[in-house]
Design a protein around this ligand. Structure first.
Ligand SMILES: [Zn+2]
Length: 394
């Protein structure tokens, strides 16, 4: 925050100078132009009159002097302005750490297969967000034609079309989608179809008495949901009483807020992703967000490590410090080995001993350095064969 304030101060200073510069230069230029024009007029008048030639020469040289002086003054002012602008750049460099290069591990994406996976993740992100054209270009340029064919794109194209229509307050394409996927939606206990009908119904109630009959007819669509949504259906029927006076000043005014429409977009995306076997939030988006949140702490620890010249002895998959980036980004439990005090990884997974105690695979190998057939649990007296330990999955 302090960094931003420092930069803002310099920007404000430069902007003030600019404003001043433009105010004054406009007036000065106009003055010079007026002067030149009046001399030109005078010269035109006295062209053939030799008596005034002498005084005219004087005026011209005076004018020349004035223009020269003007140019000199303003080139100096311009230099001042430039100094102020370059100062902004220096303040930015001073206040923001520009080098994140040390933090990235380029070798993480060092094989064609990993590169492909990254490009696939970007393509999926673009498809999810409806940037079809950008996705097409990436597919072409990264030779992903075989992996992302038309069939794979189709559901995303449809999803984006439905979302766009929902934003225009048209629920019909979404309803069609629900009917086409009714079996799968039932399996995941989705209320999407009912909520879409609800929005259509509210739209009719909003139109007032002229749509009364239509609203009543439309209410038949709720019959299929009578078991699961009876309370909400009763509420919707209650809103019919206010068709003549308007819902705005009724106890049902909450139906008119933008929230229901925002919620339906989220609900549809959630359902569609679930049916497609995709996580609700885009994995790439989550990665970038989580990375950005963790970055300041990593920059700090890197500076400390460099200043104190502590080399990193940590493995590639392990962070030098624990960084809490919030509950939202916690997807699974982690295991830290109580003996080696290391977080488990794919190559060093947690192992459960027959007594129930859990240690990491590396710790187990260390206990069994001599290759004995039996080892003793470090936490209880149970003796056992290291081969009896079982890998655990969190
Ligand atoms: Zn034990």
């Amino acid at each position: 925050m302090d960094s931003l304030v420092a930069v803002e101060k310099e920007v404000d200073k430069a902007l003030d100078l600019f404003e001043n510069f433009y105010d004054v230069i406009d007036q000065d230029i106009n003055k010079v132009i007026d002067h030149v024009v009046s001399i030109m007029n005078d010269l035109a008048k006295i062209e053939n009159d030799q008596t005034f030639k002498l005084s005219a020469d004087d005026s011209v040289s005076m004018c020349k002097e004035q223009v020269r002086d003007f140019i000199k003054r303003y080139s100096e002012k311009h230099k001042d302005l430039h100094a102020n602008i370059s100062k902004i750049g220096k303040v930015i460099d001073k206040n923001f750490v520009p080098d994140y290069g040390n933090l990235s591990q380029i070798n993480l994406i060092d094989t064609p297969e990993k590169k492909n996976n990254l490009n696939m993740a970007i393509c999926e992100h673009l498809l999810r967000n409806g940037h079809l054209e950008a996705c097409e270009t990436l597919i072409k340029e990264s030779n992903l034609n075989e992996k992302i064919d038309e069939e794979r794109k189709k559901p995303f194209v449809r999803m984006n079309y439905i979302l766009k229509k929902l934003r225009d307050k048209d629920v019909d394409p979404a309803l069609e989608w629900c009917q086409a996927n009714s079996k799968e939606l039932k399996e995941i206990n989705s209320n999407l179809e009912f909520n879409l009908h609800r929005l259509n119904f509210i739209k009719l109630v909003q139109q007032g008495t002229k749509a009364q009959l239509e609203a009543l007819k439309y209410a038949r669509n709720f019959a299929a949901f009578a078991n699961d949504c009876s309370k909400e259906i009763q509420k919707l029927m209650g809103s019919l009483i206010y068709m003549t006076t308007g819902l705005e000043n009724s106890p049902y005014s909450s139906y008119l807020g933008p929230e229901l429409w925002q919620e339906i977009e989220e609900e549809f995306t959630k359902n569609a992703c679930k049916l497609l076997g995709l996580p609700v939030e885009c994995p790439l988006y989550i990665c970038v967000n989580a990375g950005s949140k963790a970055l300041p702490a990593l920059v700090n620890i890197l500076q400390v490590m460099q200043q104190t010249q502590v080399g990193t002895t940590l493995s590639k998959d392990e962070l030098p410090i624990e960084i809490d980036i919030g509950q939202k980004y916690r997807f699974h439990s982690v295991f830290s080995c109580p003996i080696l005090r290391q977080q488990s990884t794919d190559t060093n997974p947690p192992m459960k001993l027959i007594c129930g105690h859990v240690i990491s695979k590396d710790a187990l190998s260390k206990l069994n350095l001599s290759g004995k057939t039996r080892i003793k649990c470090p936490y209880c007296p149970v003796e056992q064969s290291p081969n009896d330990a079982r890998q655990m999955f969190f």
